[in-house]
Design a protein around this ligand. Structure first.
Ligand code: HEM
Length: 232
């Protein structure tokens, strides 16, 4: 999935580079762009070529989350959820729209699978392949997931992966800004490994400082840079 992730990163980097080169310098609240970036990555890694459509529907999910939060904050009166309020109507519309669009994407894939066409290794492809193997193995269609369950899995990827990852990226940027020493070291390592080339999986696996595996070297707010310089 590296090429898909790399493409989303390049899009955002080009946007930032353009902003900076037009103004010489640019102050930007990166939060929204990081949200867009992670949403884009999830759409691309889930839906492959149907990514644009998936992304549009995922964006609607975000609106849905906001409406859900508003609903939870509203004073609850018995039977209220049955009232046809503007909000509940909009929530039903969004739910229908998202499910219909995802069902279309999934049914198209299922048809391609039945016709023996190549199924890409995006998350949806992997899910459908493993589902069909499960059904074949048990010789029972009920042992697999229904289309509705596959839809739920796809929306779950988005709910589970979107804010978590964009928060992590935003927090990483906050920490790197607070600790220019580590920012410099991280940049140095990445430039040494890739120069101007696109990052590849082998290279990423060799990074020591910019690595999610070794949490010992992730700086925290209370990290004393000078006392740790000699260890790395
Ligand atoms: C920094 C990023 C992330 C963090 C900190 C994180 C954290 C977690 C945690 C703590 C759980 C367990 C929740 C529980 O035990 O109930 C979980 C579950 C899960 N995560 Fe993540 N996650 C991240 C990114 C992602 C991404 C990118 C995806 C997929 C695109 C994802 C998909 C899932 C799924 C499908 C579950 C299972 C949810 C369920 O069925 O209960 N996560 N995650």
């Amino acid at each position: 999935m590296m090429p898909a992730i790399s493409l989303s990163c390049s899009d955002i980097m080009s946007k930032w580079e353009e902003m900076v080169s037009a103004e010489g310098q640019y102050e930007l609240d990166v939060w929204h762009d990081l949200e867009t970036l992670t949403g884009d990555v999830i759409s691309r890694t889930t839906f492959g070529s149907s990514y644009a459509e998936g992304r549009q529907k995922f964006q609607l999910q975000k609106v849905q989350t906001k409406l859900l939060v508003q609903e939870a904050q509203t004073l609850y009166l018995p039977g209220m959820r049955y009232l046809p309020t503007k909000r509940s109507k909009r929530m039903r519309e969004i739910d229908n729209e998202v499910k219909t669009a995802l069902r279309t994407i999934i049914n198209k894939r299922l048809k391609e699978m039945q016709a023996g066409e190549y199924i890409p290794d995006d998350l949806l492809g992997m899910l459908l392949k493993s589902n069909s193997e499960e059904i074949k193995e048990n010789r029972n269609i009920k042992s697999g997931m229904t289309v509705d369950e596959v839809i739920e899995e796809c929306t779950l990827f988005y709910f589970a992966g979107h804010e978590t990852t964009s928060n992590l990226l935003a927090w990483t940027m906050v920490l790197l800004s607070q600790h220019p020493y580590w920012q410099e070291r991280a940049r140095e390592e990445v430039l040494q490994a890739f120069g101007k080339n696109e990052p590849d999986l082998d290279g990423l696996n060799q990074l020591k400082l910019v690595s999610s595996r070794d949490t010992k070297i992730i700086p925290t707010c209370s990290f004393n840079e000078s006392s740790h310089r000699s260890s790395y």
